[in-house]
Structures are given as structure tokens and as C-alpha cells.
Ligand binder design. Structure first.
Ligand code: DAH
Length: 339
């Protein structure tokens, strides 16, 4: 039998136990469970409340009822307060987890990056696209016709020996080869694209060279081709100069020196003056030979054009001051990770 006065300590005890449980609950689910144990059906406080009727003295019954209500209210307030705190902590936890994910992501990203040849290739494309050129690519296994004959090097032309290369068994013997330059893509573009043409053609090329500090049998070049009405040598020189400034920086300049290539007439080699005043030879260029325009299906009486070509690996080598080209292909991560 419960009597007034005897209940107060039980309320205090139930309240203390409930508070301790709520404070100890480490997540929202645990909090709900503890709240139910101490203030839900079957809890000590609810039990005391339902036995209020057994308190005979009215004043004592009222006082006890008030005490139980106050205890319940204070528990409710504590539950609400703990709920906010736990939710905030959970959100903080999630944020911390995300932050860790990000770190992992950064660590993973720093594990690899594009090879310096790829970097140079992509930058070259960017600069030329910025100047209004489109990018074209052709196959690495080419026809003898596109690689030589169409470029004004018919069979037995002496210039062919400069490009001694690997032939591939495909069709007529000697008709398919690993291309020695991306210049055959000029022919493909002239045959396939609408005029006028403003194209750059990057790609992998092959020569029968023994590897040394400045040669590799497999390397990369980028070719340029412009065909339009009224194109002159001045456009070629201006384009080379604009490219030089855009790619290397405004303090750089270019020059053209007379040279010979079968596919251009007149032909030139172009050099770039680096920051230390040294001239570095970059590549070849010239006005597209009328025979080449004709091989591409273009009337040289109506259209003229210029072309240029240079090595991408050499650009990377110059830019990063790599002493030996072979280091760029040795697959040594200690080398690759420097850039
Ligand atoms: N194809 C030449 C080479 O591999 C480079 C070249 C020179 C390309 C002059 C051209 C050019 O388009 O006009 O050495």
C-alpha cells in the first residue's frame, strides 16, 4: 500500500535513474528506448501515477500527482534536449566522414597523372583549338600511297629513304606501313572534309631509328593544315608566330629558315627563341605543294594552303629539360612522378 510521503523518494529515485539513462544514451535509438523504459507504459513513474487513487488524503494525493507530473515534464524536456544534441553529433559525424572521403579521394588522385607527352599533346590541341583549328586523327597503319605518293613522294623518290619504316603484311606487299608522320592525315582530311580546312592532326608515328638521347622509333608529332582561298606564306608565318606566343608565352618569338620537304613548296624549318635567347629548332612547314592538293581532290588553281609538323615529345623534352628521351619511356615512376 502506497502512502503519501512514501512516494516522494520513489519519484526522486525513478527520476534520477531516468536522467542517468538518458544522458548515457549514445544515439537517437538508445535515447528513445531509455525514454520509454522510464516514462512509458510499465515504467515506475507511470505505475506510481496509476496508483494515485490509493492515496487517501486528498492534499497528499494532489501533491504526489503534481510531483509525478513535474518529474514526467522534466524527463520530456531532457529527452528533447538530448535528441537535439545527438542529432547534431550525428550530422557532425557524417560531415567528418565525408571529409575523410574527400581526403581519400585526394590521395587517390595524387597517385597518377597524365604523362608529360600526353600533357604536351593536350596543351597543343587546346592552343590550336583556341586559334580556330579542328582536331583530326588518322590510323597508325597507313597506306604507302597516303604516307608517301600522295605527299609528292612517288615510288623511288629519294626522300622516301629519310623515312625508312616498318611495312605491314596487308594486301599488296609494300602497300601498308606504320606511318612515319601524321602528314597522311592531311590527305584524308582534304578528301573527307568540306573546304575551307583548318586542322591539326596529332598522333603516334614510327621510324626505323635506334633509340638514343634524341631519337625513338616510336614518337609523336602534330601536323597542321590550312586550305582556303588566298592563303599566302604570310599567313603561315603569322600562324607560327601566334602559336609560339600562345604556347610558350609572349616573350617568345619564332623564325623560319629555308628548307626542303617534298610535300611543300616553298618549304621552311621553324625555330623558337627561348627565354635564355637560345634558338630551338621545332619543326618543318611550307606552302602545300599543288600535287598534294590534287591528291586530296582540291583544285590548286582555286585554293592554296600551308602545312606544318613538329614533334610533341621534343616539346615535352624542352619544356621539362629532360636530357634523354629514353627516360620518358622507361616506365620508371620515379621519373614520371616528377612532373
Ligand atoms: N612530316 C615532316 C617530318 O616528319 C614534318 C613536316 C614538315 C610536316 C613540313 C609538314 C611540313 O606538314 O609542311 O619530318
Amino acid at each position: 500500500m502506497v502512502i503519501a510521503g512514501g512516494v516522494e523518494p520513489q519519484i526522486a529515485e525513478a527520476l534520477a535513474a531516468a536522467r542517468a539513462g538518458l544522458v548515457a544514451a549514445s544515439d537517437v535509438d538508445a535515447l528513445r528506448r531509455v525514454a520509454n523504459d522510464h516514462a512509458g507504459k510499465g515504467s515506475v513513474l507511470v505505475g506510481l501515477k496509476s496508483s494515485l487513487g490509493s492515496i487517501v488524503d486528498i492534499e497528499a494525493r494532489k501533491a504526489t500527482g503534481r510531483a509525478i507530473n513535474e518529474a514526467m515534464q522534466s524527463l520530456e524536456a531532457l529527452v528533447a534536449e538530448r535528441l537535439v544534441a545527438l542529432e547534431r553529433a550525428a550530422a557532425g559525424h557524417a560531415a567528418a566522414n565525408e571529409a575523410m572521403d574527400l581526403t581519400e579521394h585526394l590521395v587517390r588522385r595524387s597517385r597518377g597523372h597524365a604523362h608529360i607527352v600526353t600533357q604536351a599533346w593536350e596543351r597543343l590541341e587546346d592552343v590550336f583549338v583556341g586559334m580556330g583549328f579542328k582536331v583530326a586523327e588518322g590510323p597508325e597503319v597507313e597506306t604507302d600511297f597516303n604516307n608517301f605518293t600522295a605527299l609528292n613522294m612517288p615510288p623511288n623518290h629519294p626522300a622516301r629513304s629519310n623515312f625508312d619504316t616498318f611495312f605491314v603484311k596487308n594486301g599488296e606487299p609494300g602497300s601498308a606501313l606504320l606511318r612515319t608522320h601524321p602528314s597522311p592525315v592531311q590527305i584524308r582530311v582534304m578528301q573527307e572534309w568540306d573546304l575551307p580546312i583548318y586542322a591539326v592532326m596529332p598522333g603516334r608515328v614510327f621510324r626505323r631509328d635506334t633509340p638514343d638521347a634524341t631519337h625513338m622509333p616510336v614518337f609523336h608529332q602534330i601536323e597542321g593544315l590550312v586550305v582556303d582561298k588566298g592563303i599566302t606564306f604570310a599567313h603561315l608565318a603569322g600562324t607560327i608566330e601566334a602559336f609560339t606566343k600562345a604556347f610558350f608565352g609572349s616573350e617568345f618569338t619564332s623564325r623560319l629558315r629555308p628548307s626542303y620537304f617534298p610535300f611543300t613548296e616553298p618549304s621552311a624549318e621553324f625555330d623558337v627563341r627561348s627565354a635564355n635567347g637560345k634558338w630551338v629548332e621545332l619543326g618543318g612547314c611550307g606552302m602545300v605543294h599543288p600535287n598534294v592538293l590534287q591528291a586530296g581532290g582540291i583544285d590548286p588553281e582555286v585554293y592554296t594552303g600551308f602545312a606544318f609538323g613538329f614533334g610533341i615529345d621534343r616539346m615535352a623534352k624542352e619544356r621539362h629539360e629532360v636530357a634523354d628521351l629514353r627516360d620518358m619511356y622507361a616506365n620508371d615512376l620515379r621519373f614520371v612522378r616528377q612532373f
